[in-house]
Ligand binder design. Structure first.
Ligand code: CTP
Length: 398
């Protein structure tokens, strides 16, 4: 799929650099040529010899290496590829890129290139969350730099959180998408995600514990396969992925309207935890305890978005995927839910507290299709998303 594509791979100095050895193999398996560039710090983590052996090409290291300049100047090197990939993109490299510094080969190539750039950040969670990195991230995104990851999980430094470099196969998928070569190229996919907030009055609302992590991961994975993704999200804990069209909503009715506006699509993935009920007549002024006494809230049923879209007579997406959060009899309940809603697949999971799935980083799902139930092993929410996205691609594209 990447045949005849050339990737200029800039390897930054972080512990995740070891994963780039596997990344090089995966890229070459797919027919890509890889020109590796090592920063000085990267050489502390991987050796030039192993990198060049796997790439089957010379490794570029120093800016003022005259032999390299005689063979291929840094300007030419920066433009010789179809895509520049930085993995791992350290806080330092991101800072240099955002500030426009060019004091070594890697940063000079990044300044000189006129080729699209994809970066896979990797750093300690505090560094990722530091205001300086937040600023650099926003600046780089505004400059048109594409991002893959970082993922959330255990880190080499012993901490936990976002900052882990994406896995090689996730980076490969992002490279395919960046090169417009993903299997979902030309397909438009809708993803709903997050909780909804149902107002009681202007300051109070009814919500649920959905973090939006699984829906966000699904949207990211679909985009990485080249899909044009419309991401309709309630107020989630996690930020939306890069490279998708984000539509922010609060309530179920707003989500319903946003879904309608996003149609037609080739597939709809309904991962949102939509509130089934809303307060029938939300007050437009704040309820006062002194004046109003104990409020009595009456509920009205919200639109069932998944059911409505699944049962559309005209313009139904060719593939409609729902989610089911169950606490018992998962397969039976989810199989019945699939029929009740009229969707094609249900991604079911057991959210009973003992599983730690709700709000956690892992998921164990059962995919219910017309053919029956398929149990997937417990894996990260990103891996579930990747597998689901690939399954969607196989179904839509064959
Ligand atoms: N969903 C939706 N609109 C709603 C409610 C749910 O689109 N108003 C979608 C969710 O995004 C998810 C699936 O329906 O894909 C989950 O269904 P759920 O609400 O859990 O099922 P119910 O039919 O309400 O069944 P139960 O309450 O028995 O779990």
């Amino acid at each position: 799929m990447l045949a005849s594509k050339r990737i200029l791979l800039i390897i930054g100095g972080g512990i995740a650099a070891y994963k780039t050895l596997d990344l090089i193999r995966r890229l070459r398996e797919r027919g890509a040529a890889v020109t590796p560039v090592l920063t000085g710090a990267a050489e502390e983590f991987v050796t030039p010899l192993s990198v060049s052996a796997l790439a089957g090409e010379k490794v570029y290291r120093a800016l003022f290496d005259l032999t390299d300049e005689a063979e291929m100047g840094h300007i030419q090197l920066s433009r010789s590829a179809d895509l520049v990939v930085v993995a791992p993109a350290t806080a330092d490299l991101m800072g240099k890129m955002a500030a426009g510094l060019a004091n070594d080969l890697a940063s000079t190539l990044l300044m000189a290139t006129d080729t699209p750039v994809l970066i896979a950040p990797a750093m300690n969670v505090r560094m990722w969350q530091h205001p300086a990195t937040r600023r650099n991230h926003a600046q780089l995104a505004a400059d048109g730099i594409r991002f893959i990851g970082p993922n959330e999980g255990d880190m080499a430094c012993g901490e936990y959180g976002p900052g882990r470099m994406s896995e090689p196969l996730e980076i490969v998928a992002a490279i395919e998408a960046a090169l417009g070569d993903g299997p979902l190229k030309g397909k438009r996919v809708l993803v709903t995600s997050g909780p909804t907030h149902e107002p009681i009055d202007p300051v109070r609302y009814i919500a649920n514990r959905s973090s939006g992590a699984q829906g966000t991961a699904v949207a990211r994975a679909l985009a990485a396969l080249g899909a044009e993704v419309v991401f309709v999200t309630g107020p989630a804990d996690v930020p939306p992925p890069d490279g998708v069209e984000v539509v922010r909503v609060q309530s179920a009715r707003e989500m319903d309207a946003a879904v309608d506006a996003a149609l037609p699509v080739d597939a709809g993935v309904f991962a949102a935890a939509v509130a089934d009920w809303r307060v029938a007549s939300a007050s437009d002024r704040k309820l006062k305890k002194s004046r109003d006494g104990l409020p009595v809230l009456e509920f009205a049923e919200n639109p069932d978005i998944l059911k409505r879209v699944s049962r559309m007579e005209a313009g139904r997406p060719p593939l409609v995927v729902g989610f089911a959060a169950e606490t018992n009899d998962v397969i039976e309940n989810a199989t019945a839910k699939r029929l009740r809603k009229g969707c094609d697949w249900i991604v079911a999971n057991d959210v009973s507290p003992a599983t730690g799935i709700m709000g956690g980083s892992e998921n164990a799902v059962i995919l219910i299709t017309g053919e029956g139930a398929e149990e997937w092993p417990r894996m990260s929410k990103e891996a579930v998303a990747d597998r689901l996205a690939r399954r969607i691609a196989e179904t839509l594209v064959g």
